[in-house]
Design a protein around this ligand. Structure first.
Ligand code: SAM
Length: 287
């Protein structure tokens, strides 16, 4: 059966290049080009965008992105075994696909792209959350990316979209939703991958807002939220007790019940407390 782009089917590419999946690199490959095209299309119109893809592997999602008409694609892959396969795709799309053989955590993606930038990736599960937190924690906002269409294990995706009162609500949800809109786009069964992971995955769409929903310094907010959810079953007055003297009183000043728990505290409340303690205390909080 012909493929969407006239290039060989992914199974051929993988066996020809000897890309046996490695657990240490979080390798679970998507084999269905119709599915990868669907994921790429979920990112919206790509014709006027630079797309960053982290971990293209043998190129299944890359081919979906290219078939969707992206202006330019910057693909960063750590595994050198995948590079020949990616170069073949690059030759098929001259001047559009640029492949970099590197650890994405070491690459300055902002300086290598032109706005608007969309990140689309099936992230390696072992470093995916770390990358997401880095993209969300930019001091300057709006960040270099306009949107991110990302695949995660379903359990991680649930945490990113969760609201107060939900079991999955935590640090990831607050950090994401504070300055972005987020929505779950589709669930992907583990059978869609080779090898199939133990759990299902999901694709989420994160769109950066021009400014945060509630003002707050990113480092202060991150510190408070990390401490609060580290002991999520404890009351805020205990979980946050070392942050400032008389934390109970400081929480009350912000209109927050000191006996509430992190899992019931809204993003607005976390931001209001972050602003307050930034004012009353300490330059050292943000240094
Ligand atoms: N995009 C492909 C797909 O959807 O079939 C592969 C996705 S696979 C889940 C994750 C990919 O990320 C692998 O190709 C792996 O080699 C790559 N990877 C792992 N760690 C990386 C890192 N630090 N920087 C860049 N790529 C990485």
């Amino acid at each position: 059966m012909p493929t969407i782009d006239g290039l060989p089917p992914l199974r051929h590419v993988i066996s020809k290049n000897g890309i046996s999946a490695r657990k240490s690199l979080g390798q679970n490959f998507l084999m269905d080009l119709n599915l990868t095209s669907r994921i790429a299309r979920a990112a919206g119109n790509l014709e006027n965008c630079d797309v960053v893809e982290i971990g293209p592997g043998p190129g299944g999602l890359t081919r979906g992105i290219l078939a969707s008409g992206a202006r330019r694609v910057l693909a960063v892959e750590k595994d050198s075994r995948c590079i020949p396969a990616l170069m073949e795709i690059s030759e098929h799309y001259p001047g559009i696909l640029e492949v970099i053989n590197a650890d994405a955590l070491q690459v300055d993606l902002a300086s290598m792209t032109n706005p608007p930038v969309k990140i689309i990736a099936n992230l390696p599960y072992n470093v995916g959350t770390h990358m997401l937190v880095r993209w969300l924690s930019a001091e300057n906002w709006p960040p270099f990316w306009a949107s991110m269409t990302l695949m995660f294990q379903k359990e991680v995706a649930d945490r990113i979209v969760a609201n107060p009162g939900m079991k999955a609500y935590g640090r990831l949800g607050v950090l994401t939703q504070w300055r972005s809109d987020v929505r779950m786009i589709m669930k992907i069964p583990s059978a869609a991958f080779t090898p199939p992971p133990k759990v299902a995955s999901a694709v989420i769409q994160i769109t950066s807002l021009p400014t945060a929903k509630y003002p707050s310094h990113p480092k202060v907010l991150e510190m408070i939220v990390a401490k609060a959810f580290n002991q999520r079953r404890k009351m805020l007055r205990s979980a946050l007790k070392n942050i400032v003297p008389d934390v109970e009183q400081q929480l009350k000043i912000c209109g927050i019940n000191p006996e509430a728990r992190a899992e019931d505290t809204t993003i607005e409340q976390f931001c209001s407390f972050a602003r307050h303690i930034e004012q009353i205390s300490c330059d050292e909080l943000i240094s």
